[in-house]
Design a protein around this ligand. Structure first.
Ligand SMILES: Nc1ncnc2c1ncn2[C@@H]1O[C@H](COP(=O)(O)OP(=O)(O)OP(=O)(O)O)[C@@H](O)[C@H]1O
Length: 773
């Protein structure tokens, strides 16, 4: 943040009563990890000093502003926090590091680097708590956390297009174990697993009270248990990687996961392998979204239906662990082991969950204040519908949520979005919950981030959202209510890609590569087209909301999206929404009356405006209103129909035209996406003449370059170019149109035709024309 912005921030600071409270995020594991272990870990993190791994990012995201009220909003949104994960093992002196591609850009802000770029306004309450105009909330983001110990290896995840390289290597070896208690016997995995579960439960109490090595050992057991239970070998698609995991059980269990960049279109199927595969439905087979509806998943029967009860586990959970006998998977020895463990074996709880839950319900209905106990460490895991997800680090915090990078039991990387409902009014919570509805609707759409699983702990709220009713309007959400969304993982967002791109360009005389621009602009258009076709207006389109997944952009964050009623093309909002720099004039004036007395509404054109701002930022490295720093300055200039946006001259005039088509002040003048996809910038009108002529000319230039030292060749090429440019010649070349798909070949043939001319050849002493071409 530069000084000027800082000054602006100070100036515009909202009164305390209006300031958005800083989200009270759950403490990460780092806060609860034993001090001693931390020191040990630090000693082994040779290349990365501990202090560098922890990033503090100032990043207010969206804010709510009363209409026509000055709003304080600022951000350093582009500052994607470090996504550094350390799966460390102090005891074994091994470290597993996850280095997300975002890490590469962690210190960079979004393109343009404007602190106000992502200052935003969001709907806080459908019922209109817009007075809670929010100022910047500064979320400290700690993307680092330590994982249990007996792991060795390293993870290096990067986005494909941004030098993606993903490699996960983890090794669990008995040699890393220092305690007999923890020693793993491949022939007795079930026993060991049970033993470790007990240890982890026992250790939970000691973890909270005092830092002991033994508690870490328990955690270690817990994590090892977690990883060990799924498939002995699985191919996994998630994020950008295909993961192959094999367990070598000849001497000790060895988990060797290699994750490589791959390009798998579509959602995230997990191919089933092994003799137990049938017991575990793939994502394709089972509609995970039924989890909270009519059809319960076989792998998460009762535990999946009542998270509230589950998190209030009493000592029963311990009992469950003691009484549950989980047969270990039949692992064939050697690297080709293909047995797959059903997910319901993931936690020992799931084998007898109903009984436990019932007992617990009884206990709680009698008012028994049984101490809460889980059979997993909440600092290390999230549990969604009975499935555990290991935390790998915080990816980011939005205005309303925190998003974590997690790994599932089958070694797939996901993003887990957690929204805290406590303290929110019902309507706001309802709005958050609607994101699930939209993502469900968009299931299977390849350019939308896919919802893998979800859980809303307030079942009544979810039911209302799914039913499309809101009878409980005045109620408040239950205490400790959470929404969990397990999402496809995106490696890097467009804001960071742009930032990176502009860093490369800055200081050179290069401009943005047009093909790069076309490639991503087309994907952006297609993603937004997908939602517009589903009658959804996103309302918060910005580079940070496009994530790169396996090389393709996908749209995220439907937190403030709205459905368009079937009898209209617009939506009506109760508050202004969006991110300031990308907000359309009508979004600023939503619900006000225009000069004809009509209510101003937002619809698809509002999204088109935002797309125009994104394109402008891609082209120029800054948004169209970047010079206007404060809310009021932006408001004034964006809502002024006479304001002229500055377009610096570009070599391709179509590009300027395209931006103008999106950024027309009058929303009725803006082009729709199907038109934009046909715009000459993306689909240049090619006449046969220009096609053949230009290709030939290019080829000639190339020839001239190759024979640069030979003046005669240069001269010949120059002559040929003139001939090609000649109208007569072009007309003749146009006759070759029948093979239009082979432009290069045509060009080649044409040039060769000229060079076959003996007179020309003579001038350069060529006996055979093919020597030249
Ligand atoms: N599926 C995902 N994969 C990777 N990162 C993600 C994913 N979903 C969200 N994120 C990261 O977390 C951040 C916050 O997520 P999201 O935008 O969904 O939350 P929000 O509370 O609605 O935030 P905002 O206020 O920015 O709209 C995103 O900017 C993105 O960096």
């Amino acid at each position: 943040m530069d000084k000027e912005e800082e000054a602006n921030l100070q100036r515009d600071k909202p009164p305390k009563s209006l300031a958005r409270p800083i989200l009270n995020h759950e403490t990460s594991s780092s806060s609860s990890s034993p001090e001693l272990i931390r020191h040990l870990q630090a000693a082994f993190k040779r290349h990365r000093p501990l202090n560098k791994m922890q990033t503090t990012t100032i990043g207010p995201r969206r804010s709510v502003a009363a209409q026509r009220q000055p709003s304080r909003s600022s951000t350093a949104d582009g500052q994607r926090p470090q996504d550094v994960v350390s799966l460390s093992q102090s005891l074994a002196a091994n470290t597993l590091l996850t280095h997300d591609s975002r890490n590469l850009h962690s210190s960079s802000s979004a393109a343009g680097g404007e602190s106000t770029e992502n200052a935003s306004i969001t709907t806080c309450s459908v019922s209109g708590t817009v007075d809670n105009m929010l100022g910047g909330s500064f979320n400290q983001q700690d993307r680092q956390m330590d994982l249990p110990k007996p792991l060795k290896g390293n993870v290096d995840i990067g986005s494909r297009n941004e030098s993606v390289s993903t490699k996960v290597q983890s090794l669990v070896s008995s040699s890393t174990l220092t305690s007999n208690d923890m020693e793993w016997d491949a022939t007795n995995q079930a026993a060991a697993s049970k033993h470790q579960n007990l240890q982890s439960v026992d250790s939970e109490i000691s973890l909270k009270s005092e830092y002991k090595v033994s508690s870490s050992l328990a955690k270690l057991g817990e994590f090892r248990n977690f990883l060990n239970q799924p498939a002995s070998q699985c191919s996994v698609m998630g994020s950008s990687c295909a993961t192959t995991t094999s367990i070598h059980s000849s001497s000790a269990p060895m988990l060797n996961a290699t994750t490589q960049v791959s390009r798998y279109p579509g959602a995230v199927p997990i191919p089933s392998q092994g003799n137990l595969a049938s017991s575990r439905p793939s994502f394709k087979d089972s509609d995970i979204l039924h989890a909270n509806k009519d059809v319960p998943l076989p792998e998460m029967p009762a535990s999946a239906t009542d998270q509230e009860v589950r998190v209030k586990e009493t000592n029963m959970s311990k009992q469950q662990q003691c009484t549950t006998v989980v047969e270990p998977p039949t692992l064939s020895r050697g690297s080709d082991a293909t047995a797959r463990v059903p997910d319901d074996m993931l936690t020992s709880v799931s084998s007898q969950p109903q009984k436990a839950d019932k007992l617990e319900k009884v206990a709680s209905s009698k008012g028994t204040s049984a101490p809460r106990k889980r059979n997993y460490d909440p600092d290390l895991f999230f549990k969604v519908n009975g499935k555990l997800y290991q935390r790998l680090g915080k990816i980011g915090s939005g205005g309303s949520s925190e998003v974590h990078k997690v790994i599932s039991s089958d070694c797939t990387i996901y993003a887990l979005k957690k929204i805290k409902l406590k303290g929110r009014d019902y309507a706001t919570a309802y709005g958050f919950c609607q994101e699930i509805g939209y993502l469900k609707k968009l299931k299977g759409k390849t350019n939308i981030i896919q919802l893998i699983d979800y859980e809303v702990t307030d079942k009544a709220l979810l039911q209302e959202v799914l039913n499309g009713t809101m009878s409980n309007k005045d109620a408040r959400v239950k205490d400790d209510g959470f929404i969990y969304m397990v999402l496809e993982y995106g490696e890097i967002d467009l804001a960071h890609m742009l930032s990176q791109k502009w860093k490369e360009i800055e200081g050179s005389d290069r401009t943005i590569d047009e093909n790069w621009l076309r490639f991503y602009w087309q994907q952006i258009l297609q993603a937004v087209n997908t939602i517009h076709e589903e009658r959804i207006v996103h309302s918060d389109l910005k580079p940070a909301n496009f994530l790169l997944v396996r090389g393709f952009l996908k749209l995220i964050d439907f937190g403030i999206a709205k459905a368009i009623n079937s009898d209209t093309t617009n939506i009506q909002r109760d508050s202004q929404v969006g991110t300031l720099s990308y907000m359309s004039p009508e979004a600023f004036m939503c619900n006000e009356s225009d000069e004809n007395g009509n209510t101003i509404k937002c619809g698809r054109p509002s999204d088109i405006w935002s797309l125009g701002c994104i394109l402008y930022q891609m082209v120029y490295g800054r948004t169209p209103f970047a010079d206007y720093k404060t809310f009021w300055a932006k408001f004034k200039v964006i809502t002024d129909p006479n304001h002229e946006i500055t377009y610096n001259q570009l070599s391709n005039p179509w590009l300027v035209d395209l931006m103008k088509k999106c950024l027309a002040w009058d929303r009725n003048q803006r082009w729709r996406i199907p038109e934009l996809l046909q715009h000459p910038f993306l689909a240049p009108p090619v006449t046969p003449e220009s096609r053949v002529g230009s290709s030939s000319i290019q080829l000639l230039s190339h020839i001239a370059e190759c024979f640069g030292s030979d003046v005669r060749v240069s001269e010949l090429c120059a002559q040929l170019k003139d001939r090609l440019r000649d109208n007569q010649s072009n007309k003749r070349l146009g006759k070759l149109e029948s093979i239009t798909e082979q432009e290069q070949l045509q060009a080649y043939l044409e040039v060769r035709h000229f060079l076959c001319n003996e007179n020309y050849r003579k001038t350069i002493n060529l006996s055979k024309p093919c020597l030249l071409i």
